[in-house]
Design a binder for this molecule. Structure first.
Ligand code: 5GP
Length: 121
C-alpha cells in the first residue's frame, strides 16, 4: 500500500475510539460517526484494500467475510425482518472518502432512493 494509513487502520488498531458493534477474526464493525439512517454501521476487513473491486480480486473469501459480518450486524441491530441496505462507495463520484474498503449497513427506517447528487433539499 503506497499511501499513508487511513483512519480505519487506526480504528482497527484501537488508536482512535469507535463504538464497536461486532468483531470477527478478519473484520470489524463500528457505528458511523455521522449516521445517515437510524442504524448506520461500517464493516471493514482488517486487511486493507482500497476498494471493493480490489478486495474481490485479491481475496474473495475476505469479501465474503465482510458481507457475512454485515448480515450479522443487521441481525444484531434487529434489521433482518424490516430490511437494510449494504453500500460500497467507490471513488470520488460515489463520495468515497476513506480508501480502506468498507461496507455501509443502513436501516432502521424507510430509506430514500439514491443516485444523482442532491444537496438534501
Ligand atoms: P465513505 O464516504 O468513504 O463511503 O464513508 C466513510 C464514512 O466514514 C463516512 O460515512 C463517515 O461519516 C465515516 N467516518 C469518518 N470519520 C469517522 C470517524 O472518525 N469515526 C467513525 N466511526 N466514522 C467516521
Amino acid at each position: 500500500m503506497s499511501d499513508a494509513d487511513t483512519l480505519f487502520e487506526r480504528i482497527i488498531a484501537r488508536e482512535i475510539p469507535a463504538e464497536v458493534v461486532h468483531e470477527t477474526e478478519t473484520t470489524l464493525a463500528f457505528r458511523d460517526v455521522r449516521p445517515q439512517a437510524s442504524t448506520h454501521v461500517l464493516v471493514v476487513p482488517k486487511t486493507r484494500y482500497r476498494t471493493v473491486a480490489e478486495l474481490a480480486a485479491a481475496d474473495p473469501q475476505l469479501l465474503a467475510d465482510v458481507v457475512t459480518t454485515a448480515e450479522e450486524v443487521a441481525r444484531l441491530e434487529g434489521l433482518t425482518e424490516s430490511g437494510y441496505r449494504i453500500v460500497f462507495n467507490t471513488g470520488d463520484d460515489a463520495g468515497q472518502t476513506v480508501f480502506h474498503v468498507h461496507a455501509h449497513v443502513l436501516g432502521g427506517e424507510q430509506l430514500g432512493f439514491f443516485g444523482r447528487y442532491t444537496d438534501g433539499a
